[in-house]
Design a protein around this ligand. Structure first.
Ligand code: NAP
Length: 252
């Protein structure tokens, strides 16, 4: 794939896992990258920023909580002042604390919706006036196959991701006339801290590997290509879609 100009991309949850790989992958793809994560992850976040600058791109490291409107507004304002523009937003920050719905406490339920769903809403709301005014923007929301499927101990998480897919479809329809596309990626099982914690035993790893068409679980880098596609000129006519990136684990 080729692209025509350097973009400024903003990636949340970029200190590790899928977000870190997306940030580095976007730098390799020619973007300057804003990497954001919670203040508690600052040391790891700075390492992601260093990896971006090592590729010859500009990096802006920002500590913020995507679930806080005040943080989101302040960070987007600061980035626009420093970098001049935001062309790409990748809403990647997310949490998963498995529990049977029967046993789930209210605070954990709320925390999942605050980060996974409200975080996406707040970030989109903050960048969209700028993108719409410039008549260009590419938003990629990291949802999950869980949002289409739902499975035991992930009901609350799956509901947040189903909501992200719906927000993606509606935002796409509300902002398409201003040159902004909004798409989602639904990863399957990716071997990050979250993915590994969620897979209990070796037997589970073997089971999920076996039921995946490509006979392997995902690596964070597996998500990078689809993000590059959605933000590239090759996807100018693609919006409101949710793409499974799961090695053939799920087909709807
Ligand atoms: P991860 O390794 O747990 O990384 C997530 C990052 O997001 C962490 O650095 C985390 O920081 C950060 N984060 C959490 N809450 C935040 C907040 N309020 N504001 C800003 N940053 C926050 O997870 P991952 O596996 O890379 O997952 C990335 C995305 O892919 C998530 O949206 C996840 O739901 C989705 N996904 C993952 C898989 C998988 O199998 N791994 C599958 C489908 C979808 P803390 O650690 O300090 O909380």
């Amino acid at each position: 794939m080729t692209d025509t100009h350097t973009k400024v991309a903003f990636v949340t949850g970029a200190s590790r896992g899928i977000g870190r790989s997306i940030a580095i992958g976007l730098a390799r793809f020619g973007c300057d990258v804003v990497v954001a994560d919670l203040a508690s992850e600052r040391a790891a976040l700075d390492k992601t920023a260093e990896a971006v600058t090592a590729l010859g791109r500009r990096a802006y490291a920002k500590s913020m909580d995507v679930a806080s409107k005040a943080d989101v507004t302040a960070t987007v304002t600061a980035v626009l002042a420093e970098a001049g523009r935001i062309d790409v937003l990748v809403n990647n920050a997310g949490i998963l604390k498995p529990s049977l719905l029967q046993d789930l406490d209210e605070a954990t339920f709320d925390a999942h919706f605050d980060v996974n769903t409200k975080g996406v809403f707040l970030m989109c709301q903050a960048v969209l006036p700028h993108m719409r005014a410039r008549r260009f923007g590419r938003i990629v929301n990291i949802a999950s196959v869980a949002g289409r499927k739902g499975s035991p101990t992930q009901g609350h998480y799956a509901a947040t991701k189903a909501a992200v897919i719906t927000l993606t479809r509606v935002f796409a329809q509300e902002v398409g006339m201003d040159g902004v596309t909004v798409n989602a990626i639904c990863p399957g099982i990716i071997l990050t801290e979250m993915g590994r914690n969620n897979l209990g035993s070796e037997a589970e790893v073997r089971y999920w590997t076996d039921v995946t068409a490509l006979k392997r679980l995902g690596e964070p880098e597996d998500v990078v290509g689809p993000v590059c596609f959605f933000i590239s000129d090759q996807a100018d006519f693609v919006t409101g879609q949710a793409l499974n990136v799961c090695g053939g684990l799920f087909f709807d």
